[in-house]
Design a protein. Structure first.
Length: 151
């Protein structure tokens, strides 16, 4: 798939996987509440199997997001972040604008995501609490990365 780029001032959002600073992204994610202690090999596999968005100031990466999708009906938005030094500058909004307007993500029937504290950001882009939570189920193994580190 051909990569896509969007620019705003000195910032660029790109889907070019070769631009990703995998160390920066992995370090951030393994310290996050949602992917705490994610092993490097698991992280790399997740990147290889997702549509990834890096946000850059010049050549340096300052944020990330990935979309897990079939490109036809469904997308799950995951691992969205802007590094601390660049927050409160509208960059998460810019990143989200780029994600939802990406040409290969148009016409999907359903998008989902999980967040603990960014509801206001996602609401700006049409995300709402589940309309029928009684229809959704999950199989969640919160300890999987801890078991991988022990094994």
């Amino acid at each position: 798939m051909k990569s896509v780029e969007y620019s705003r001032g000195e910032f660029t959002v790109s889907t070019d996987r070769s631009r990703l600073d995998l160390k920066l992204v992995h370090d951030f994610l393994r310290a996050s509440y949602w992917a705490k202690d994610i092993p490097r090999d698991v992280f790399v596999k997740s990147v290889e199997n997702s549509l990834c968005f890096g946000i850059y100031e010049g050549p340096g990466q300052i944020g990330f997001a990935r979309v897990i999708t079939d490109y036809a009906t469904f997308a799950y938005l995951a691992d969205v972040f802007i590094i601390e030094s660049h927050r409160r500058r509208g960059l998460a909004n810019f990143l989200m604008e780029c994600i939802v307007q990406h040409p290969q993500l148009q016409g999907l029937r359903r998008w989902t995501l999980a967040t603990r504290d960014a509801h206001q950001l996602y609401a700006k882009f049409g995300f709402k609490p589940l309309g029928r939570p009684d229809r959704f189920m999950e199989l969640h193994n919160a300890e999987v990365y801890k078991k991988a580190a022990i094994g």
